[in-house]
Design a protein around this ligand. Structure first.
Ligand SMILES: *Cc1c(COP(=O)(O)O)cnc(C)c1O
Length: 418
């Protein structure tokens, strides 16, 4: 598969994105996206695509969502001028503080929006899957608030590794099901969650956590995360008096990045940079830099870029941050790379750790290890181009990463083993 686009196609696809004509009715973002799911799920996905569009266009849904975003999530989140980082980097640095959102990251925007949607669709239960547990926690909290029971599938290995998040989910009333099959991590949990939904497509609502998966999820998650960029753009104009020269976000599945970037897509003068996990280095299996090094293929219901070998075998990934440790990426990012509107690069484990420590010491903010990748990319940009104005998406807070950070604090830097 090769999707080289001509200059004319690139222009046309950007125009279609800006005028809300992508994804198309088949859920395609140009050559990417679509809906590759078992036949048994097609009716449920089609219904979701129609109802989600209706609801998101409905002023009463938006009003209900806005009340909850304000009163329960704590939106709008702050835009913080990073005074000390600005001095050190020689460029004005602004941070969009999703770490201040309820449950500590941007994931709640999506979990809440979809939980409200599930209730409006008459669902009796929510089904979700989680890797590191952050999406599971956000979903458990949102379902408790909205009043729908929730079941979270999680690989048995992850249940072990992420015990505090399992307890948090249970505390919030969710039922956590350890999955022993397959690799007993996220991939097996996704299979199991889909199986559950296939068996109960009417009463069950499948709540997906990033801008990935079959149509309509990449679109739906982006619509629910766009609030980040909408707020940040307005805050930049009112607090900095101008738009940024460049915007940075970390990219795992791509939800916080697409939410931050989308409202800036039409601002041609604003450079957009997605930063992936460079892990331990460029070897296959050593990183999760899907957009930087991946090739087209189908994973979890959509056509996008992914990390695979020459036989199409999906590769193991590595990142110090669990939230970026995924071999696929949302199809809209594959398109944005293809048309050249967003530049994607990677930051290694060590670079991210370095940036995390600098942000802690200079600003008194402990960012998530995921978010630290965006900081590392921004720092590199600033080293090359002084006197700019930049905006960085701080997708979450780092409290959850303390076990990893504590281990490193007491070990040698070079033995970064996660
Ligand atoms: C889950 C997570 C991410 C990665 O997910 P995206 O869908 O790429 O945004 C990034 N940052 C934090 C804090 C997370 O919890």
């Amino acid at each position: 598969m090769d999707f080289e686009l001509t200059a004319e196609q690139r222009r046309s696809l950007l125009e279609q994105l800006l005028t809300d004509r992508l994804p198309d009715v088949q859920g395609r973002f140009g050559p990417y996206g679509g809906c590759y799911a078992p036949e048994t799920l097609m009716p449920a996905l089609k219904r979701l695509a129609v109802v989600a569009r209706e609801q998101l266009d409905d002023p009463s849904f938006q009003a209900e969502l806005n009340v909850e975003l304000t009163q329960w999530v704590g939106r709008p989140t702050a835009l913080t001028y990073a005074r000390a980082l600005s001095l050190r980097w020689g460029t004005s640095v602004w941070l969009k503080r999703e770490d201040l959102a309820h449950t500590g990251a941007h994931k709640i925007n999506n979990a809440l929006g979809q939980a409200l949607l599930a209730r409006r669709m008459g669902a009796k239960r929510v089904i979700a899957e989680t890797g590191a547990g952050q999406h599971g926690v956000a979903t458990a909290a949102a379902c408790a608030r909205v009043g729908i029971p929730c079941r979270v599938y999680m690989g048995a290995v992850d249940v072990e590794r992420q015990a505090p998040n399992v307890d948090r989910m249970q505390q919030l009333g969710a039922e956590v099901i350890p999955v022993e099959s397959g690799d007993a991590t996220l991939r097996a949990a996704i299979d199991e969650a889909f199986r559950d939904w296939v068996g109960d497509p009417e009463q069950g609502y499948y709540l997906l956590g990033s801008a990935v998966g079959p149509h309509p999820y990449p679109w739906l998650v982006r619509e629910l995360q766009k609030v980040i960029g909408r707020e940040a753009r307005g805050q930049m104009l009112s607090l900095a008096g101008r738009l940024p020269d460049a915007v940075f976000a970390c990219v795992g599945g791509g939800s916080n990045a697409i939410g931050l970037f989308h409202p800036f897509l039409g601002d041609a003068e604003v450079e957009l940079v997605g930063v992936e996990a460079g892990g331990r280095g460029s070897g296959l299996g050593q990183n999760s830099a899907t957009l930087v090094t991946g090739t087209p293929g189908i994973l979890h219901g959509s056509l996008s870029l992914l990390l695979q070998d020459e036989h199409g075998q999906v590769q193991e990934t590595h990142s110090i941050s669990a939230g970026l440790d995924y071999s696929g990426v949302g199809p809209e990012h594959a398109l944005l790379k293809g048309i050249g509107r967003v530049r994607y690069e990677s930051a290694t484990d060590v670079e991210a750790l370095d940036a995390l420590r600098e942000c802690c010491a200079a600003e008194g903010i402990l960012p998530a290890l995921e978010s630290a990748h965006a900081l590392a990319g921004a720092r590199r940009w600033a080293a090359e181009r002084r006197d700019g104005v930049i905006l960085i998406g701080l997708s979450g807070r780092g409290d959850k990463d303390m076990p990893t950070l504590s281990r490193l604090l007491h070990a040698d830097e070079d033995e970064v083993v996660t």
